[in-house]
Design a protein around this ligand. Sequence first.
Ligand SMILES: Nc1ncnc2c1ncn2[C@@H]1O[C@H](COP(=O)(O)OP(=O)(O)OP(=O)(O)O)[C@@H](O)[C@H]1O
Ligand SMILES: [Mg+2]
Length: 313
Amino acid sequence: MISPDVLAVSGIKKTFSGIVALDDVSLTVETGERVGLIGPNGAGKTTLFNCLLGILRPDAGQVELNGVDVTGHRVHKRAQAGMGRTFQRIELFSDTTVREHLLIAERVRNNSGAFWKDLLGRGRPNAAEISACDAVLEMLGLGEVAEVPIESLSLGQGRLVEVGRALMTDPQILLLDEPSSGLDRSETNALAATLGAIQSERGFAILLVEHDVELVAEFTTRLYVLDFGQLIAHGPTTETLASPAVRNAYLGAGAAVAGAADDAADPPKADTKRGLGVAGAADGAADPPRTDTGRELGAGDPPGAEPGTGGEL
Ligand SMILES: Nc1ncnc2c1ncn2[C@@H]1O[C@H](COP(=O)(O)OP(=O)(O)OP(=O)(O)O)[C@@H](O)[C@H]1O
Ligand SMILES: [Mg+2]
């Protein structure tokens, strides 16, 4: 059956030792659409991504990619079918170069899930691999640092390499988990501009998980809101951010959500982590460090949530 949606998710449920992390979550993303997914710490955003990507097996529910049911498919098969992702925590090998990172990603696309490091050892890159690398490097403005080891890059450049790695798989939908994490306002704006330009050019869809309200407000047209594993709101981004359900979910942080658009030039980053936005928005300093005051300090990013440690498929 042909579906107009690049991604159609229905009835996803996931429990961890009796704790319900996701409860009957359904969402859709249309071809080329930019959709946001927000929620306080521990709401289930990364868990949902991991269920969509095949890293975790949901207890119930269905994931369709371009109308094909991929619920039982493994990670690399979904990647080959057009699902790309970046990680919440940056996952780069520090001693390899930018070009090598992209090359590894290209080889992953054509292999069946061999270890990334091993793929580098498989001979010199061929002309097709080099030209695919060069195209992505140019798009991301990383041409000049192609031969630079990842450890010498700024965090902002590292995030771009992460995006580049995902782009090498030629995704039809890109799942971005907190791409602005650790970046200041101007780095975040630069990342958004680059991402937006590439997305317009290539036409893939984006599902964006973010705590940075301003980025969500500017970058997405539609928004889903998770709280304690349940979708509590969805709709056009601006209206959804202003809805009572969303403001209630964030308690005091609702003020930051509402005030995000009114901030002066180079404002601090308004943030959807529970309780954070108010303090961050009120102190007025340019680009203050982001403090994690979410409701589950340290629990929102548990061991096992990322590939390689939590895989169930
Ligand atoms: N592998 C796991 N084992 C046990 N519990 C987990 C696991 N992964 C997630 N959880 C729990 O599931 C819930 C959702 O966590 P998740 O990481 O998906 O939240 P999140 O919305 O991504 O939060 P954050 O904004 O902090 O990244 C939390 O209660 C978390 O502790
Ligand atoms: Mg997360």
